[in-house]
Write a protein that binds this ligand. Structure first.
Ligand SMILES: [Fe+2]
Length: 266
């Protein structure tokens, strides 16, 4: 296969990902064996400080490319970053968008909630033609409580990137359940590894690809692990197809209340 991974922490010494060069190269070797042909390195960027010092990240990335080549690893490497959500972003920086495509950027929310400024902020970004890809929505407390928030984001033009391990139950049944609901509603455009190491959070996609192919078909799996990630790297449009809201108990209660109100108004 020619999987493309658009989220991982394979560059060493820059965040909580690979601990040293040996681990980085081991992650890349395993990725190659797993069928990954291309990837975007996405180190954590928590604040403007890291963006201001992006040259350090770029140097580490260039070093990784050299070492991988020397080790005979044939994966094509690109650079981007995983941006912790902020009230503003500096798009003049090279690493802000994935593979320097000038369009898609990977964004991470706090684990427990969706910040209140996100809705308006995202809307402003679309006007400037930058498209946010929300990393692991299935692991965000705000979306776990109200899965339909994910639908609202896609409606507004954001893309959703689910972590491969979430679909396989690595983060527990609640997270898996949300990931499956997002898949069922066709709200997921990309699956990525979010790999951090060689133990628990590996740089692998094949098992999740097979799980998606088994449950939603090979065509959908190809789209989420190969075709859409390729478009992300190239900065091309991604077709969403038909997607729908997530009908939880809460949303069905709300629509029932709306129906009752409507009936009495008449
Ligand atoms: Fe990450």
């Amino acid at each position: 296969m020619n999987f493309i991974d658009t989220h991982n922490h394979v560059i060493p010494f820059v965040d909580d990902g690979a601990e040293d060069w040996q681990m980085s190269l081991q992650m890349l070797r395993e990725a190659e064996q797993d069928g990954i042909a291309e990837l975007v390195c996405t180190p954590h960027v928590i604040s403007g400080k890291e963006l201001a010092e992006e040259d350090k990240l770029i140097d580490q990335f260039e070093l990784l490319k050299q070492k991988a080549e020397k080790a005979g690893i044939r994966i094509k490497l690109h650079l981007g970053c995983e941006l912790y959500v902020q009230p503003s972003f500096d798009f003049s920086r090279k690493i802000t968008t994935l593979a320097q495509n000038g369009r898609y950027f990977l964004i991470e929310f706090p684990m427990s909630l969706i910040p209140t400024f996100v809705a308006q902020h995202f809307f402003d970004l679309f006007a400037k033609e930058h498209t946010p890809i929300i990393a692991h929505p299935e692991r965000n407390g705000g979306i776990i409580l109200q899965p339909n928030k994910a639908y609202e984001f896609v409606q507004k033009g954001a893309l959703l990137q689910v972590t491969a391990g979430s679909l396989l139950g690595l983060f527990g049944s609640q997270v898996k359940n949300i990931a499956v609901q997002l898949m069922e509603a066709n709200l997921v455009q990309i699956v990525a590894s979010d790999a951090h190491d060689i133990d628990r959070r590996k740089l692998k996609l094949r098992r999740a690809f097979e799980y998606v192919a088994e449950n939603w078909g090979t065509e959908r799996a190809n789209l989420l692990f190969i075709d859409n990630p390729q478009k992300v790297i190239k900065g091309q449009d991604i077709e969403l197809g038909y997607f729908q809201p997530i009908y939880t108990y809460e949303t069905s209660q709300k629509s029932f209340r709306d129906k009752v109100r409507f009936f009495f108004r008449r």
